[in-house]
Design a protein around this ligand. Sequence first.
Ligand code: PA5
Length: 427
Amino acid sequence: MINFDYSKAEDFIKKQELDAEYISAKKAADDLQKGTGKGSDFIGWRDLPINYDKKEVERIKKEAKNIREKSQVLVVVGIGGSYLGTRMVIEALSGYFCKKELEVIYAGNSLSSDYLNDLLDYLKGKEFSVNIISKSGTTTEPAIAFRLIKKLMEEKYGKDEASKRIYVTTDKNKGALRELAIENGYETFVVPDDVGGRYSVLTAVGLFPIACAGFDIEKLMSGAAFARKNYDEAVLNYAAVRNVLYKKGNVIELFVNYEPKLSMLLEWLKQLFGESEGKEGKGIFPVGLTYTTDLHSMGQYVQEGRRMFFETGISIENSNRKLEIPKQKDDSDGLDYLEGRDLHEINKIAAKATAIAHIEGMVPNLEIQIDRLDEENLGELIYFFEKTCAVSGYINDINPFNQPGVESYKRNMFELLGKPGFEKEGN
Ligand code: PA5
């Protein structure tokens, strides 16, 4: 269950401002619902939780079982929306130090030669499979990583066995990856036409690697379906509140959490909101901070630096494991006052104390609370944030489903690298 609480921001907002923004949010949600808003050819994610391809999910589970039986490592190759959601879910649900039946590692999300060299060395002595994920099938970072990993795989297993260990998630009909998959007989999964990268974690993009990691993808979908049905009001309130705060000069949203496993959720949120909202000179700039760790680095700025942000805490009511502060013979460490108390309760008190301090420091505070960290709650969070992001984009009259700005650096890079078709004029 998600609970969205903005009572701690009410002192920063006038009721009439919120009422007006709520009306805009409602209109935005109607446009989203009717498909009359900008970029409406990319709103397939709205109904995914109740309308997904059950046959594909069965195939995903079957192939995930195959991989778990014959591999020690799965390399997930992808970047941006073809990577962040997967990693966010797997890290949030995994234990910190446990030995995993199948280790999931990532490639194609940077151009670091040290990273890829180390990864190739790491794979040499292991049984491994690969899932290359790219909707366009042409993104440079995953394409380079895949070429190198495929080479290693074919050297190790031979072309035939390698082709049984390569799984491709891409567009249904077009793109270089689709052609490669057909040519080599790779198993494939589809990224639906009407779902953009950062809204795609609940398609095969996320579901396949998440199932390989051993998590229950149907529970993830049922959590999202629950959010779709029950959180319209919370979405409208959140979208309205964050936009009132934005218009009052709070141009940065600090997404904060108190559970290090959620640091990839912060990365996913940065992409979802940054790539969706940051256009036409507008948009809230998303930042992710993991407390209490970052209270000892960024805490000073948040408390006393330039005022330009609001804080959205993502909190977990119940930890998965309890840990009591033990009794000790003497009080040499001065911690006797905490004896017998549960560490998660102490973490929650730290969150409460931080919110009070930051409100005193004029940082409006919002809270999104879930019961616990499991598949259902994560599914709820994914849908809740996706819908809030789309509604917020429409409030600001931008298309939250495109990313035209990402092309500029690519054009320069291709020109500098001499990619055919991108030659500098005059050459
Ligand atoms: O959200 C998006 O659309 C982007 O982040 C893409 O997912 C990212 O650029 C990767 O694209 P592709 O899946 O085509 O390789």
